[in-house]
Write a protein that binds this ligand. Sequence first.
Ligand SMILES: N[C@@H](CCC(=O)N[C@@H](CS)C(=O)NCC(=O)O)C(=O)O
Length: 218
Amino acid sequence: MEITLYYFKIPFWRAEVTRLALFIGDIPFKDYRVEGKEIDKLKETGLLPNKQIAPFKQLPILDVDGKIIAQTGAIARFCGKLSGLYPKDNDFEAAQIDQIIDAAQDINYLVTLSGRDKEKKRLELARKILATKHLPKWFQFLENLLAKNKDSNFFIGNKISIADLAIWRLLGWLTSGLLDGVPTNILEPYEKLKKLREEVYKHPKVNEWMLKTYGKII
Ligand SMILES: N[C@@H](CCC(=O)N[C@@H](CS)C(=O)NCC(=O)O)C(=O)O
């Protein structure tokens, strides 16, 4: 099977969840980082560097033997199944993972909405509401789900899944300081979420990936 993941040149959760799933599972893939004119073309026409069409003119896109899959969750599940980070034969656990990926989408959408208005004062207010209301609410929901899983520091059972990878990287973004108005210590009250992050960072393949790809742990 020949796999290429198309995404931008950043370690954003939408792509990183799949990159890490494949890397952890020792599944060879091409990590294609779309740049410059390729991005303009994609946004205008949906055309990908492999001459295929991205159905929603968005990334990530997965090319599997010349066939295209779009949407973060669909791609992560497909690759999670290949790599053993998403169950093939346990519908309930699969749905438990799905609910976390969908929550990541909801959180991402709230962040996107909070950045839409570029007028300084309105942007500041939207980010303040995001940081003091929306994100704490969602972090607590996730914290509750982690607390329910007594088996481990992961979301489901006692092993890492694509749910953990997705939230770990989403939280990396939210605490990076890249989002004006979102403090880097926003996760401070959430012990279980902090533990989850630590646990994912401890994974030897996660470490290896970070150093090999970005030259540092990010
Ligand atoms: N629902 C999509 C959203 C993907 C998405 O928003 N991708 C962004 C990058 S993070 C993108 O391609 N934006 C370009 C655009 O929409 O023009 C998914 O889950 O993959």
